[in-house]
Design a binder for this molecule. Sequence first.
Ligand SMILES: [Zn+2]
Length: 250
Amino acid sequence: MPDTGVRSLGTAVRGVLEEFEGGLLGHERLPPEHHLDRLYWQPDCPTVYCDRCGRSHPDAFRRCRACIDQRLPHHGVVRLAAYQEPMASWIRDFKFRRWESMGRLLGGRLGEACRRHLVDHQRAVDCVVPVPSPWLRGRLRGQDHCLIIAQEVSRVLERPVRSPLRQLGGLPQAHRSRSARLRRPNPFRSSYFGRSIRGRDVLLVDDVLTTGSTIRAASRVLLDLGVGRILVGVLGVSNPPRSPLRASQG
Ligand SMILES: [Zn+2]
């Protein structure tokens, strides 16, 4: 066999073994910092996205057309990145391949971004609130990914995690069409700890902001519980819908 043939066969075998090893061990072989450092990855500068809805906004006016005249229950959004590569793969592997160390690293980075935002706006939050998963889905997945993110944000901000919300069961958002997400009845309710956050300013934490319907629904229940200001922190914000004005209503 020619030398190059031996090398390509060796490369193929090594690739199969690495995939097998990856399936067994997940991404724990390499620390998540390696993946961020390898790409010189940095979180988005606040001037590249709308500070109200989180959508990418190249004009750097801090407020996009979708937000003009729109009443949103939250006061601002802090994001790490647009929901595109490499962030999209990191979040998916964190959620669906239990890459917890990456989730914790990104959660810490989100905490640092939120801290910079709060310092810039001379504000503070009293507690960190994760968007809850339905109880059954959390058991099936074996981890509550928003709680993991919230714990890391809480560690950086030195503010406690509170869980005043619970979510009723249903299909995961990723399985729903955009229109179905916007029509969905509010799946959030107050939890047993709901009354404990009355009058508090909260940082509401989610992994991905797509239509914004989840954040709006959770924020409405928080407002019903009497919270003060709501700041939203997310790892990724997806591209705007085709009709952003309609999508931001409701
Ligand atoms: Zn906006």
